[in-house]
Design a protein around this ligand. Structure first.
Ligand code: GLA
Length: 384
């Protein structure tokens, strides 16, 4: 059964009518640019064919009735009185409704069913997919116009200010603006972006450690603060910088003596990864998967050693992938600490990749990772 028929059938049986819209919003893998988004830097995400799906129809009043099929849990609230977040799944739709209304948009009440094929908490943006799917569903049902970047910003606001997770703009932009066959080169300061075609003969393979670590309780905020510290100190010597995005490797080396060793390493990762994103986009345009893969490997090593957001499980998956002939490169994707790696693999090498990566992981941890060969997909869209 397809996701579309599953969510449609669930809506029909729960609400005893036809959905007026079916919307899908994808998860993403980020090829390059780890922890660069909140430094005003560059990222290179691909929207995946794993997505959050919503079937919905409007209600006459302000009431919202939701059902999360995968959790078998329902939630109801009124658009006129949105209570604070309570740590439940419905925080995402409530937060999105709050952010859209706070931006002055008029929302209709709705009945909706949600299901998702993005593994939860895996670093593939399961929450951004849900936020973007709800925001777009409200847009479609309520009839307002919102450009994709604005929609992504409002979803990020829902996550920052309502759910309470201090994420950057990467995930929501990737889900809103993906395009099949392409990665998106995004400037997280200006939100200008450009599609970059992916080589046709390359598969995007996600390997999931199945270790979950919630972003909110992780070291994420510590890393953000260290980056801000670097900018505050470097700003005394480099007037006019606003973020690590404005610092080159040469600048950083010249002034490194003013930074603590740890803050220097954090900054070195961000500055180098920004440069790697631009090199990778150039290599992709030239169809040069080998260079992109080498940059992904360098990114993983830098996230492991300088930014220190990897984990033993992620390292085993990445290192095993690098050894496979026909694997161009692999790195952890998302915030790190747990979750997934993403690899670019020649299709002929897929069986070998799976066997060898699974074997390495089992040998180290006595359990298997999940491996998904993914395709690139479009950003959020109305399917019905
Ligand atoms: C998480 C956040 C993003 C980004 C990545 C790291 O996915 O939600 O905003 O910071 O981590 O690149």
């Amino acid at each position: 059964m397809t996701m579309q028929s599953k969510v449609t059938a669930a809506f029909q049986s729960r609400f005893r009518r036809q959905p007026e819209a079916v919307v899908r919003a994808p998860g993403r893998a980020n090829l390059l640019g780890g922890h660069t988004d909140y430094n005003d830097g560059y990222v290179l995400p691909v929207a995946l064919d794993r997505a959050a799906w919503i079937a919905a129809a409007p209600t006459a009043g302000p009431d919202v009735h939701l059902h999360a099929l995968d959790l078998n849990k329902s939630a109801a609230f009124s658009l006129e009185r949105i209570s604070p977040a309570n740590g439940e799944w419905a925080d995402y739709p409530c937060g999105v409704a709050w952010a859209l209304q706070d931006a002055g948009l008029g929302l209709l009440g709705m009945e909706a069913v949600l299901t998702s094929s993005v593994p939860v908490g895996s670093g593939l943006s399961s929450s951004a997919a849900i936020e973007v799917a709800f925001a777009y569903t409200w847009q479609v049902l309520s009839g307002f116009e919102l450009d994709r970047a604005k929609l992504a910003l409002l979803c990020q606001r829902a996550e920052n200010a309502y759910v309470g997770v201090n994420c950057g703009i990467l995930d929501q932009m990737a889900s809103a603006l993906g395009a099949e066959g392409c990665a998106r080169l995004l400037d997280c300061r200006t939100l200008e972006s450009e599609l970059v075609p992916l080589p046709r003969d390359v598969a995007i393979v996600v390997a999931d450690t199945k270790v979950r670590r919630a972003l909110a309780s992780s070291e994420y905020n510590v890393r953000r603060a260290q980056c801000e510290e670097a900018v505050a100190i470097l700003g005394e010597y480099l007037p006019g910088i606003r973020a690590l995005r404005d610092v080159s490797s040469d600048d950083l080396e010249r002034h490194k003596a003013h930074l603590s060793e740890i803050v220097y390493r954090r900054a070195r990762h961000v500055v180098a990864d920004n440069e790697r994103v631009l090199q990778a986009a150039k290599a992709l345009r030239a169809g040069d998967a080998a260079t992109v893969g080498a940059l992904m490997k360098a990114c993983h090593i830098s996230l492991r050693d300088d930014y220190e957001v990897s984990s033993p499980e992620l390292d085993v998956l990445a290192e095993a992938a690098w050894e496979v002939e026909g694997c161009y490169g692999a790195r952890l994707t998302g915030a790190g600490f747990g979750g997934c790696t993403v690899a670019l693999v020649a299709p002929g090498a897929l069986p070998d990749f799976e066997t060898r990566v699974v074997a390495a992981y089992e040998a180290a941890f006595d359990r298997a990772p999940d491996i998904y060969a993914c395709r690139s997909a479009n950003g959020v869209e109305r399917m019905v």
